[in-house]
Ligand binder design. Sequence first.
Ligand SMILES: Cc1cc2nc3c(=O)[nH]c(=O)nc-3n(C[C@H](O)[C@H](O)[C@H](O)COP(=O)(O)OP(=O)(O)OC[C@H]3O[C@@H](n4cnc5c(N)ncnc54)[C@H](O)[C@@H]3O)c2cc1C
Ligand code: SF4
Length: 522
Amino acid sequence: MPKEQARVVRLVLGDQLNHAHPWWQEVRPDVLYVMMEVRQETDYAWHHMQKVLGFFAAMRRFAEHLRAQGHRVRYIALDDVANRQDITANLVELFGLTGATEFGYLLPDEHRLDEQLKHFAATCGMQVHVADTHHFLTTREELATLFKGKKQYLMERFYRVMRERTGLLMRGDQPLGGQWNFDHDNRQRPPKGHVPPPPLLFDHDLRDLERMLKDAGVKTIGTVDAAHFTWPLDRAESLALLRYFCEHLLHRFGTYQDAMSSHHWAMYHARISFSMNVKLLHPLEICEAAVQAHHADPERITLAQVEGFVRQIIGWREYMRGVYWAQMPGFAQRNFLGHVNKLPAWYWTGRTRMACLRDAITGSLANAYAHHIQRLMITGNFALLAGVHPDEVDQWYLGIYLDAIEWVEITNTRGMSQFADGGIVGTKPYVSSGAYIHKMGHYCGTCHYDVNERTGPKACPFNALYWHFHARNRERFLSDEARPGMMVRMGMTYRTWDKMPAATRKALLDKGDELLANLETL
Ligand SMILES: Cc1cc2nc3c(=O)[nH]c(=O)nc-3n(C[C@H](O)[C@H](O)[C@H](O)COP(=O)(O)OP(=O)(O)OC[C@H]3O[C@@H](n4cnc5c(N)ncnc54)[C@H](O)[C@@H]3O)c2cc1C
Ligand code: SF4
């Protein structure tokens, strides 16, 4: 690395591309900002190629933006010969080259990086300043404080606090429209042949970056057309994506939030999580844009649509972050259901005869994206019913999606989707038989399996596995470790099970055993 004098070195991580951060308000000649592409980050999971490209390309653009503002930036590329491929090793090198006496960094969102930088800060012998990222609406500790002494964290309560705090969709201290949650108006299946507007795609030539990653031997998953990379890479593009969502998609966001289609991979979803997670967009500006769109055209963009969207961001997203900091590092070891199975190899290829899983997996491999209900009710649902070890499930989700950063990935995967936390996040496990998938999507008609069959050779695997899951976990759900009141919420399912003739129950359990023994061949 070339020598360059600086009194202060400040580190900006790849998911800290916040244009509005107070650091940028003043151009300081004594400060050198450092950004780096390192093997430490490309190799901690098998990332999708689009994820690595998206992060590095967005970081490069952000560095250019800072330079254009007059800031001094040292950008260490992955193939830089002096790159030590480790964040703290590069920092030590840079401190020596600059003669810096002060080191600043922004609070990392991941526990792993937080620990690494905390330890480094305590031992590097520099004067250290840690700054907030000015991105989230709550502090790390706030959720834990709000629910102090409680066994569960109720998202709905947290959400109300957030609505009151932000004033979003409020009239005084009351929710607009007289209710907090309009979910019952939402979540329909689109009529057959319904065509949503196409997703807004960008067109970037990232072939040089792709070549660099390949030459360096970075192991990735998924596919990419690097000559036409489609995700937003800077703030202007992220804002364009937000505008497109508000104009063309928001009016049906809630209605078709849970709908699935093999022809339309993005449906009415915003595809904004990457831009938000790397902090190119602020959660509040996104919600304000949606609320403004509603006020400008309330007949078309109804309150129910906007409320559903705002809840995802100031509710679920912020809540997941609170759960993460309240529960880590122990959360990453939770396996409440004692699952031990391996993730079937076809999760990495999409080669299965189950049409819904084939579509969700091949779509994820092609786009580095799947919408929420595909993640929860297709890939997550199956992994949970199949008793897959949560470590395996986590690795898959952490790698495959462009927006996957541990704080929001693990809380959704281990918590919401796999119930490995025993009900900290979810009030009961998110599982379903084939009937739900049939209701919300159009997959079953083209499937090798029959959604209406439960035990025959062509029976939809979700059906027997669903009952097997409930039967084998009954004691666990009744245990003291489980979330209180869960059995009441699951009472209907168990009453249905108990009412079945013994022979039917046995046939379902036998079929479940057979499926579990043959997961790879489904
Ligand atoms: C098993 C599983 C794993 C997931 N992993 C991730 C992940 O790694 N990174 C990630 O950002 N999201 C994750 N999610 C949450 C959610 O699926 C994605 O945020 C969403 O699909 C992103 O697409 P979108 O921007 O089109 O979202 P939209 O459906 O348009 O929703 C708008 C925004 O709401 C927020 N949001 C919605 N649901 C959630 C949620 N449950 N938790 C947090 N934020 C939410 C997101 O920021 C999203 O961009 C996961 C969900 C599940 C079930
Ligand atoms: S029949 Fe079962 S496996 Fe096939 S698409 Fe429907 S739900 Fe999925």
